[in-house]
Design a protein around this ligand. Structure first.
Ligand code: ADP
Ligand code: ZN
Ligand code: ZN
Length: 752
C-alpha cells in the first residue's frame, strides 16, 4: 500500500513530509510528499492517492524524515484548504481521543467531520436556499391540510426561517408542500441566508451592542446568583463544574448567562444537549435568546446545513454552537466555555463505531483548550458524582425550584394483590379521575411502545418470537404487524395460531397503544394523546402533539421516555408511573441509578405551573430502598449510598472498565475469539488489571448474530489504559479476528 508506515527498506526520505490521517481502520498516520504549490499546514485537508483510489485526508504533522524509502513515498495530489480547517487544539483533541478510545486516528477524524467536509465537497457559505414564513403564514393553520400545518409549525418553532435542506430532512414530500404554501403566500423563498438562529450572520459589529443587556430581563434567584459567582470565581483556565440543580431550578438561565459572558470576552461557546426528539425545538428556543450568530448541529439538520454551520464555527463566524453529541467535535478557534446539559443522559454515549462519550470528550476538550466545562443535571451520573466528591470537579447546588413552588408530592401505589386494568391499579385510576375533575392534566408514563410486548396462543402456548433475535416480537395493533424492537424486522399479525391453527393469539402485557384503549374506555370524554416514537414518526406530528399539550387540548398524555426529558408543561399536575419494577429486576449494575434518575426526571415534569404537582409510582416493592430517596425527591443521598455500594463491589466508577465485544453468525466463534484475546492479555496481566469472561451477552443473538463479551477492569484509569495499549494491537492479529466483528468499548454504558 502506498504511503504506508515504517518498516521498509530503501533510502529514508528527507525533506518536508506530510503525516496524514486517512479514514481507514489502521492505527497510524500515512506519509506523503507535499503536493505542488505552497506547503500545506497541519489541519488542512489533502487529496491523496490511497491504495488504488483517491481519498481526502487531514495533515496532522509535518516531519523532516520518513521511514519509508523515497521510491515508496507518493506526493499528495492537492491541498484543499489554503487556511487550515482544524486548529492545533482540534488536532490534539482528535489525537487524544484516538489514544483514549484505542481507535484508529483516521476513523476518529471521520467521526469528527461532517460527511460533506470529510468528502471535501462542502457547499460555500450562503448559497443555500432558505424559506421565510410570512405574516399571513404565521397567522394561519389550514385545518384540512395537516401536513401544511406541520410545516408552518416547524417554521414557527424555528423563528420564521428555515433552509430547504433542514426542511427536506423532516418532510419527504417537501416540494409539493412548499409549492402549495408558496402559492398561498404563506412562505417565500430567498436565495441568501437571512439572519436567523439557524444561519450565522456576520460576526463582529453587532455582538457587543447586542449582549450588553441580558436579553431575558429575569431577576436571578439568590441560588443562581451564587452559582454564577462561584463559577466565575474559578481561576482562569481549565476547571470542571458540576451544576447539580433540581428540575426547574433554572439551570438554563445559568448556561445562557455564562455564554453571554463568554461572548462579551469575544470567546466562542459550545452547549451540548441530549439527543431528544425535541432537540431542534429546544435548541431553536435557546438560540433565540442568544444575540450572536449561532450554529445548530443536531440530527434534524441536513448534510449541507450541517457542513455550513460547522464551517461557520471553524472560521470563527458562529460564536455559539448548540448541538447534540457529535457537536462536541466542532472546531472552535476562540473556544471559551463548554456546557453539557443533562450530563447524565445516555444519548451522549455513541452506541456504534467510535463509542465515545460526548461528555467525557467535552471534559478532555476543556482540558486541552484550557477552558471551563460546566456539567449540569438534576441527577448527575455517578461518574461525575464521584469526581465531584473527590474534589476534582467543583460542585455547585441549586436545591430549590426558581419560582418558589413546592416540589411535587411523591407517593407510591402498592399494587400487590390489586386488580389491574391494562396495568392501571385502583389508586392510580382514582387519582387520575380526581386530577381530571380538578381540571388538571396528567402524564401516564409507560416505557413500552406498541399494544403488547407478547402475542401468545392460549390453546397451545405458542408465542411470537423474532427469528433473528432472542426476544419476543411486539404487537403493534395500529400498524397491524409484529415488530422486533431490536432488529426492526416485521411480520404480519397471524390471524390464527401458526402452531396449532387455533383461534387468533392473544395479547399479553400492555404497551402505550393498549393503555390508550383502557383510558378511552374509562374516560370516554377526556381527550388523550399518545406521545412515543411511533406516534410521532411523521414529520411535524411531535410539534402538533406538544402544542396540544401546552394548550391543554390534550388532558391525558401517555408517553414513553421521550416525554420525560426537559419538557416544560405548565399545566401538568399529575405524573403517574405505571411500572417502576422492570429496572429493579435488571442485572445491569447501573439499573438502580437509571431508575432513580428516570423517576426524578419524570417527576420534575409536573407542578411547574400555577398548581402544585403530584407523582404516583406503581410498584410491587414499595419497601425497596431506592424509593425512599425518590419519595423525598432527593438525589444526593441516593448518589452517595450508591457510590458507597459501587466502592464495596468494585464496580465503576470505583474501577475503570472496557468491554471487548464480538459477534458472528455462529455461536462458538465469538467466544473462541474472546478466549484467545483473553489468553493474549493474560500473559502480561499484572495484579491491577482483571479480565472477566468471556460470556455470551444477555441477548445472546441479535439480528441473526451471536454475541459475546469480555470485561476488562482496573483500579485506576492509567493502569487500564497502559495495559490496553499493550494488548489492543495484538487483537487484530488473532487468527479468529477476521471471523468476527469485534469492537472495544471504553467506559461501556451498555454492559449486558
Ligand atoms: P432546569 O433546566 O433547571 O430544569 P429551567 O432552566 O427550565 O430549569 O427553568 C425553569 C423555569 O424557570 C423556566 O420557565 C425559566 O424560564 C424560569 N426561570 C429561570 N430562571 C428564572 C428567574 N431567575 N426568575 C424567574 N423565572 C426563571
Ligand atoms: Zn396455538
Ligand atoms: Zn429481531
Amino acid at each position: 500500500m502506498p504511503g504506508e508506515g515504517a518498516g521498509s527498506t530503501g533510502d529514508p526520505c528527507h525533506g518536508p513530509i506530510l503525516r496524514v490521517a486517512v479514514d481507514t481502520p489502521v492505527a497510524t498516520l500515512f506519509d506523503y510528499l507535499p503536493p505542488p504549490g505552497p506547503l500545506p499546514s497541519p489541519g488542512s485537508r489533502l487529496r491523496v492517492p490511497f491504495a488504488r483510489r483517491e481519498t481526502i485526508g487531514v495533515v496532522f504533522e509535518l516531519a523532516n524524515h520518513s521511514g519509508l524509502g523515497s521510491e515508496r513515498l507518493r506526493p499528495a495530489l492537492a491541498c484543499h484548504d489554503p487556511q487550515p480547517l482544524l486548529g492545533r487544539a482540534d488536532l490534539a483533541l482528535i489525537a487524544r481521543a484516538s489514544a483514549y478510545y484505542h481507535h484508529p486516528i483516521g476513523e476518529v477524524l471521520a467521526t469528527a467531520l461532517p460527511a460533506l467536509v470529510r468528502q471535501g465537497r462542502e457547499p460555500s457559505a450562503g448559497t443555500a436556499r432558505h424559506w421565510q414564513l410570512s405574516a399571513a403564514g404565521a397567522a394561519t393553520r389550514p385545518g384540512r391540510a395537516p401536513r401544511q400545518s406541520a410545516v408552518l409549525d416547524a417554521f414557527a418553532a424555528a423563528g420564521g426561517c428555515l433552509s430547504e435542506d433542514s426542511l427536506r430532512a423532516r418532510f419527504p414530500d417537501l416540494p409539493r408542500l412548499l409549492r402549495a404554501l408558496a402559492a398561498k403566500g404563506w412562505v417565500t423563498a430567498s436565495e441568501s441566508a437571512p439572519a436567523s438562529p439557524e444561519v450565522p450572520g456576520p460576526p463582529g459589529d453587532g455582538i457587543d451592542a447586542q449582549i450588553i443587556d441580558s436579553t431575558s430581563g429575569l431577576l436571578l434567584s439568590p441560588d443562581q446568583q451564587r452559582v454564577l459567582e462561584a463559577v466565575g470565581a474559578a481561576p482562569p483556565g481549565h476547571s470542571v463544574h458540576l451544576l447539580e440543580g433540581v428540575t426547574g431550578s433554572g439551570k438554563t438561565e445559568i448556561y445562557l448567562r455564562l455564554i453571554e459572558t463568554a461572548l462579551a470576552e469575544r470567546r466562542q461557546s459550545l452547549l451540548l444537549v441530549p439527543e431528544i426528539a425535541l432537540s431542534d425545538q429546544t435548541l431553536a428556543t435557546l438560540a433565540e435568546r442568544i444575540r450572536a450568530p449561532v450554529a445548530l448541529l443536531h440530527s434534524g439538520v441536513g448534510d449541507a446545513d450541517r457542513a455550513r454551520a460547522w464551517m461557520a464555527a471553524a472560521r470563527g463566524e458562529a460564536r455559539v454552537v448548540l448541538g447534540t453529541r457529535s457537536a462536541v467535535w466542532t472546531p472552535l478557534p476562540d473556544l471559551g466555555l463548554i456546557v453539557v446539559d443533562e450530563e447524565h443522559d445516555a444519548s451522549f454515549k455513541q452506541g456504534e463505531g467510535l463509542r465515545y462519550s460526548a461528555r467525557d470528550v467535552a471534559v478532555l476538550r476543556g482540558h486541552i483548550a484550557g477552558v471551563p466545562v460546566v456539567l449540569g443535571s438534576a441527577t448527575p451520573s455517578l461518574e461525575t458524582w464521584a469526581n465531584a466528591r473527590r474534589g476534582r470537579y467543583r460542585h455547585h447546588r441549586m436545591p430549590a425550584r426558581v419560582v418558589a413552588r413546592e416540589a411535587p408530592a411523591v407517593e407510591l401505589a402498592d399494587i400487590r394483590g390489586q386488580v389491574l386494568d391494562g396495568g392501571l391499579g385502583p389508586r392510580l385510576l382514582l387519582t387520575l379521575a380526581r386530577t381530571l375533575t380538578e381540571g388538571g392534566q396528567a402524564l401516564i408514563f409507560l416505557n413500552r411502545r406498541g399494544y403488547a410486548p407478547v402475542l401468545m396462543c392460549h390453546a397451545c402456548g405458542w408465542s411470537a418470537t423474532c427469528p433473528r433475535c432472542d426476544t419476543h416480537l411486539t404487537w403493534h395493533r395500529e400498524a397491524d404487524h409484529l415488530r422486533c424492537h431490536h432488529c426492526l424486522s416485521q411480520r404480519r399479525t397471524p390471524q390464527r395460531c401458526p402452531q396449532c391453527g387455533g383461534e387468533a393469539p392473544t395479547a399479553v402485557g400492555h404497551g402505550t397503544e393498549r393503555l390508550m384503549e383502557v383510558l378511552a374506555r374509562r374516560f370516554p370524554d377526556v381527550p388523550a394523546l399518545r406521545v412515543d416514537t411511533d406516534s410521532t414518526r411523521l414529520a411535524g406530528r411531535l410539534a402538533q402533539s406538544l402544542a396540544a399539550i401546552r394548550s391543554g387540548a390534550a388532558r391525558i398524555l401517555v408517553g414513553t421516555q421521550m416525554l420525560t426529558k426537559g419538557h416544560h408543561f405548565p399545566g401538568l399536575t399529575l405524573v403517574a408511573v405505571v411500572d417502576a419494577d422492570d429496572r429493579l429486576y435488571s442485572p445491569d449494575f447501573r439499573a438502580r441509578e437509571r431508575l432513580v434518575q428516570l423517576l426524578l426526571q419524570v417527576s420534575g415534569r409536573c407542578g411547574r405551573g400555577e398548581h402544585p404537582g403530584r407523582v404516583l409510582i406503581q410498584t410491587h416493592h414499595p419497601d425497596h430502598a431506592v424509593f425512599s430517596h425518590v419519595l423525598r425527591g432527593e438525589y444526593a443521598p441516593f448518589a452517595d449510598a450508591e457510590l458507597a455500594e459501587r466502592e464495596r463491589l468494585g464496580l465503576p466508577p470505583r474501577t475503570f472498565a472496557a468491554l471487548l465485544r464480538a459477534e458472528a453468525m455462529d455461536a462458538g466463534t465469538p467466544l473462541d475469539f474472546l478466549e484467545s484475546a483473553r489468553q493474549l492479555g493474560a500473559v502480561s496481566s499484572g495484579q491491577s488489571v482483571r479480565l472477566l469472561g468471556p460470556i455470551p451477552s444477555a441477548m445472546a443473538r441479535r439480528a441473526g448474530r451471536h454475541r459475546a463479551q469480555l470485561w476488562i477492569e482496573a483500579d485506576t484509569r492509567d493502569a487500564l489504559h497502559t495495559w490496553l495499549r499493550g494488548w489492543v494491537p495484538g487483537i487484530g492479529q488473532l487468527a479468529l479476528a477476521r471471523k468476527v466483528r469485534w469492537v472495544l468499548d471504553i467506559d461501556p454504558q451498555e454492559v449486558l
